[in-house]
Design a protein around this ligand. Sequence first.
Ligand code: PEP
Ligand code: MN
Length: 343
Amino acid sequence: MLILLEPSATPEQVREILDLLESSGIRGHVNESPDALSIVAPHASQAFKPDRIEPMAGVRRVVPITSPFKLASADAVTARTVVEVHGVPIGGPGLVLVAGPCGVESREQLFTVARYVAESGVRLLRAGAFKPRTSPYSFQGLGVEGLRLLEAARAEFGLGIVTEATEVEIFEDVERSADMIQIGARNMQNFALLRRAGRSDKPILLKRGPSSTLEEWLYAAEYVLSEGNRNVVLCERGIRTWADHARNTLDVSVVPAAKALTHLPVMVDPSHATGRRDLVIPCGLAGIAAGADGLLVETHCQPERALSDGPQALLPSDFIRLVTLAQSVHQALQIPTTTGLWM
Ligand code: PEP
Ligand code: MN
């Protein structure tokens, strides 16, 4: 259930409600959004009728959450979630770009890319230090050395760092270095990793599994949220279909579908969705037009020499073009529908 609180509810009153829930083994999650204080308590309706909670001091109203995604559901909050990463709000009115090479390969490569990413106005750098590769013989990332280089890039260029944790064993190392932790597509249903991410105080970027439904994706988010971490961003990165013209198929329709069901921000990764440099810009723009809160794109200073995902990496000049086009498409969506343009 969602327990809407009076703006004047005191910390003691909130504590009393949480204690009552806990007495039946139910964990309440407090939402302190500036315009509405509330407690979301999954499964509380099994133990309490609304009329047990509603008369309590500080309570305005009790609303049942009928969705199976108790914490990810749009019903569970009074406002959409905005996830802040290194001072960049994801899920607010602005469009957010997260960009970088697929993997950290060397100081020179990372710094070259980070420099033009920063100069383009993008504020979040993404590169993998631990790479989940289809073949065990492919480049697996520089590991901890890669994390050190990412930290150095943050210090040099002021960029926030997004990087992937591929397994529970290395999560703590990644957590120390990153401003946002990516859970990759192949790990979307690695429940131990999701739970660990849920106990982190760093925001989580949760990619959709290549063959996962929207429902499965939201349950994966629920694993993170139910451990206490409320800062989850969803990322559509293409699904497996019978298409043979691209690495995956960008599921554009999942963007508005996800945004209707959940309060979490939704991003689109057109790089892994297509695997082809020439498709990345058009598909990224389609994602923005569909309502994505941001894009995650791969770019490399020398794609032909990249140790992973070179064919989908945008050249620096194409990346700069994407930044401009992305802002234009996003701004086009801001035109109020009341202008009478189509009347
Ligand atoms: C990546 O982001 O480089 C990556 C491997 O992505 P995904 O998990 O979507 O395949
Ligand atoms: Mn990649």
